[in-house]
Design a protein around this ligand. Structure first.
Ligand code: ADP
Ligand code: MG
Length: 699
């Protein structure tokens, strides 16, 4: 049987070492298989012919049928160009070439019928097509009818070496025609039959050379299914093996600490969402399986409190618990909140960060090992080897996306037996992403805010309204509140951004001479940053001018206004995170988005979404649809188990759910994939894992 993955492209007729090298360098295409899986990014309907009379400059790719009436070369040397008049009887347009003049003149003749294909544009009041594709009528007839023509992404370098979309297509055509046998199937035959999928061979042929729109759609469905299915199979197999191989600590009973806290020290009623989530977690930690759970909930939805109650459950069952947070500020904040909650109870809580003094550190280590310390809160410092627990039963990780999977894994090994893991994130993750990136975790969602919170009111203003925004700021400060003003600081233009920030700071200082102002940005030393934060948190300063360093975790309930300067430069999820810094107290809070007047369509949509809703999930979905999964924080390709070539997490949620169900059913019947028909699955999983590893090494 042919092994497409081990045949290198340079051995394909018509490719040769030079083109092979270019395909490899520019597109990482090395083998027959790589090329077969390099799919078109769009298709153009070539069954329709336009007439020149109906052309407009903004028409997309079109094709015309007609004759060239004359050629004209203009200029000499590198700036030479060639024009041709082309007519179809309804009018005349110009075709233009800036390169390959000799080739074109050799190839095409006047007064011969051609099909011309390209994108019209307006130049000097006339419509022209630059570098059109041209085919003889007889050629196109001979090839059978191409209805939908695929277009392949190529790089500038490839194009200038005549390796454009059409050339790539031709190489793929050669490859497919030269295959002596069908491409071997990569799914069990019974699945292909049961779900009426196209066999792999047909799917690959039709994705490159669709015989009809319906066949193209079937090909896409089959290939998408396969991608999503293998990701889900891999994730769910991990879950099943973990459940089989690793026993979990059983938190069998609800004891004194949990009950005492709930009855005596909790001054408010839990929300229904909190109760539901605690029930889910209790079922998990009581089952004898090891819990791996993602807890999602918007800022302020009360995740920390849920985590605290689960920690009490761990303590009641004779275990220690820890919380790991991504920054020192956050860890300290957790420490303070939790210590305050537990102040009436006889429990020991410790804080361990990079700046914990040696003496305190040694003491913490001792108390941890003796079991005297019940709860340890900290940063990455918790991962150090000399941090040894006596009996760690539960690990809570806050703000997941800042921690890598490897770091998570390191905490796993702090015990002989893996502790329960609760990952908390305030970045709402669309369901499809959660199912893929965290597909090996169970998911709990707190979808309700504690009562009495007033939804944050969000407004979008143009920058010329800054003075009225300032008047509003003054009014709020006079009523005793505090204000954030945030500037973008994005790495590419760091210098310029920094200048904007300092100018902004001076402008604010001038506008509010009677108030005290803090400034925080990434260039401050940690101690300076902490000092500035502390001053704002304690109410010493009324205004905080900052970059996005304040995005995560800072909790100043008295701050009621968030002004975001140059809001057009932030992504939706980031805007939502920033907005979450206010609305944490009882006061009505506001978020003001300032932008220039001229805005693109996408930006307008972002501003509209922000002013319309406070729902983090809705915003995350919108963000995913607008930007695609690759750009969302923490969800770069490396967050996916395997590369996606065709499936699209923003739009294929139904297919994803379907693929997950199929994988789940299959594993229920054959958890170890031992059935002869399932050998192909193990083989494919191994292959994909290897590719995924290689891929990461390259990037
Ligand atoms: P998160 O970690 O999800 O951002 P927190 O647990 O920090 O949220 O809770 C935000 C604030 O709301 C805290 O001051 C917390 O004490 C309070 N809180 C949590 N749950 C409730 C509740 N059910 N009712 C009232 N206040 C609550
Ligand atoms: Mg929190």
């Amino acid at each position: 049987m042919i092994n497409l993955a081990s045949n290198e492209l340079k051995y394909l007729t018509g490719v040769g070492p030079k083109r092979a090298e270019m395909l490899n360098k520019e597109l990482s295409i090395l083998t027959f298989e790589d090329l077969l899986y390099y799919f078109p990014y769009k298709y153009i309907d070539r069954s329709k012919f336009y007439t020149i009379r109906e052309l407009q400059s903004d028409t997309a790719y079109i094709q015309l049928k007609g004759k060239i009436t004359r050629f004209e070369t203009i200029g000499t040397g590198p700036s030479q160009r060639l024009t041709a008049s082309f007519t179809d009887g309804t009018g005349t347009i110009e075709l233009v070439w800036f390169k390959g003049v000799r080739f074109v003149l050799d190839q095409y003749k006047v007064n011969t019928e051609y099909i011309v294909f390209g994108k019209p544009s307006l130049f000097n009041g006339h419509i022209n097509i630059a570098h059109p594709e041209i085919e003889k009528i007889s050629d196109s007839a001979g090839k059978g009818k191409i209805v939908l023509q695929g277009f392949y992404n190529t790089t500038e370098k490839m194009k200038s070496n005549f390796l454009n979309s059409k050339a790539v297509q031709k190489i793929i055509f050669n490859l497919i025609s030269s295959l002596q046998e069908r491409v071997p199937e990569t799914l069990p035959g019974y699945l292909v039959k049961q779900f009426k999928l196209l066999p792999l061979h047909e799917a690959l042929v039709n994705i490159h050379f669709p015989s009809s729109a319906a066949q193209l759609s079937k090909a896409r469905q089959r290939l998408k299914f396969e991608e999503l299915f293998y990701i889900q199979l891999s994730l769910l197999r991990t879950v099943k093996l973990r459940n089989q191989q690793t026993a979990g600590f059983r938190f069998a009973h609800v004891g004194d600490h949990f009950n005492q806290f709930y009855k005596q020290f909790l001054s408010f009623e839990l929300t229904n969402a909190q109760k539901k989530v605690i029930r889910e977690i209790r079922a998990d930690v009581g089952s004898g399986k090891q819990m791996n759970r993602l807890l999602q909930g918007d800022v302020g939805s009360g995740k920390t409190l849920v985590a605290l109650m689960v920690m009490l459950l761990a303590i009641d069952n004779g275990f220690q618990a820890c919380i790991m947070a991504p920054t020192e500020i956050l860890a300290t904040q957790h420490y303070e909140t939790i210590s305050a909650f537990l102040s009436g109870m006889n429990l020991n809580v410790g804080l361990l960060t990079g700046s914990t003094k040696k003496k305190d550190r040694v003491q913490l280590h001792e108390q941890l090992q003796s079991g005297e310390l019940h709860i340890l809160i900290g940063t990455h410092a918790l991962l150090e080897d000399n941090v040894q627990f006596s009996n760690l039963g539960l690990v809570v990780i806050d703000e997941q996306h800042r921690f890598g999977v490897a770091q998570r894994a390191k905490l796993w090994t702090k015990n002989d037996q893996a502790p329960h893991i609760l990952v908390m994130t305030a970045t709402p993750i669309p369901r499809t992403l959660a199912m893929t990136i965290y597909g090996d975790l169970e998911v709990s969602v707190i979808d309700e805010l504690p009562p009495g919170r007033k939804p944050i009111q969000t407004y979008h203003y143009y920058e010329n309204k800054r003075n009225s925004v300032y008047r509003f700021i003054r009014k709020e400060i006079e009523e005793g509140r505090q204000i954030y003003i945030v500037y973008p600081l994005i790495e590419e233009s760091e210098k310029l951004d920094f200048q904007n920030l300092t100018e902004g700071f001076n402008q604010v200082k001038e506008a509010f001479p009677e108030y005290r102002i803090s400034m925080v940005h990434g260039k401050l030393k940690p101690a300076e940053k902490d000092e500035a934060m502390r001053k704002f948190a304690s109410g010493d300063t009324q205004i905080m001018v900052a970059t996005t360093v304040i995005e995560v975790g800072v909790n100043v309930p008295n701050a009621s206004v968030m002004i975001i300067e140059s809001a057009q430069r932030f992504g939706l999820s980031q805007l939502h995170q920033l907005r979450g810094r206010v609305g944490r107290g009882a006061d009505q809070s506001y978020c003001v988005l300032l932008t220039p007047f001229e805005l693109g369509k996408d930006t307008k949509k972002r501003m509209e979404t922000m002013t319309r809703t406070n729902d983090g999930f809705e915003i995350a979905e919108a963000d995913l649809k607008m930007r695609g999964p690759g750009d969302i924080e923490g969800t770069q390709q490396s967050g996916l188990p395997f590369n996606l070539r065709i499936a699209d997490l923003a739009h294929d949620s139904q297919m994803l759910q379907f693929a997950r169900n199929v994988a789940n059913d299959l594993l229920d019947h054959d958890p170890l994939l031992q059935h002869p028909e399932h050998l192909i699955l193990t083989k494919q999983l191994q292959k994909k894992q290897k590719e995924a590893v290689d891929w990461k090494k390259i990037s």
